[in-house]
Design a protein around this ligand. Structure first.
Ligand SMILES: Nc1ncnc2c1ncn2[C@@H]1O[C@H](COP(=O)(O)OP(=O)(O)OP(=O)(O)O)[C@@H](O)[C@H]1O
Ligand SMILES: [Mg+2]
Length: 161
């Protein structure tokens, strides 16, 4: 994979802070955006996702943990498609779910465990890798490929937080 157009690292000191980072990202999402999340068990992906959903205007009660379905559609300010690739074997299996048709469509796409099937990502996207760096501390490395993802990344981590 080519080097990202832009990358930034941000530290979170608590689950609440990760949630707030998610809220701010969710407020910025537009149809067509694709955000991939990478990180080990307990890294904080779900905390970030719940924040993103809140920021995108999704009712708290709608946000599930994608256990039985591959993709959960949420109604927010923009439609939000939350996918989890953890249980998928490969790209062919993903293709069969119809998930790929959602990319670049009417909503924003948020994908956990993108590293399981990296080919699921479009050419331009934002990838966030979370890493456990201590009890309550997490490192978030955000990498953007393409001009819209770079704009999204820049706005997300702009000075006003
Ligand atoms: N700064 C932090 N940000 C997020 N979570 C944190 C942070 N510090 C501690 N935690 C804890 O780490 C855990 C993160 O859990 P979460 O479900 O968000 O991870 P996950 O990446 O979705 O894991 P899984 O792949 O198992 O679903 C929670 O228990 C949370 O309380
Ligand atoms: Mg999770």
């Amino acid at each position: 994979m080519s080097a990202p157009t832009s990358s930034r690292t941000v530290l979170s000191g608590s689950p609440e802070e990760t949630h707030r980072l998610g809220v701010k990202l969710g407020q910025l999402l537009q149809p067509g955006d694709f955000v991939g999340l990478v990180g080990d068990l307990g890294a904080g992906k779900t905390h970030l996702v719940r924040g993103v959903a809140e920021g995108a205007g999704v009712a708290r009660s709608e946000v599930a943990s994608p256990t039985f379905a591959i993709v959960y559609p949420y109604r927010g300010r923009v439609p939000l498609y939350h996918a989890d690739l953890y249980r998928l074997a490969d790209y062919d299996e993903l293709y069969a779910t119809g998930f790929l048709d959602l990319i670049g469509g009417d909503g924003a796409v948020l994908v956990e465990w993108l590293d399981r099937i990296p080919q699921a990502a479009p050419r331009e996207y934002l990838r966030i890798t979370l890493r456990d760096t201590g009890e309550e501390s997490r490192e978030l490395v955000a990498e953007a490929w393409g001009s819209r993802p770079v704009a999204l990344l820049t706005a997300w981590l702009s000075a006003d937080r």
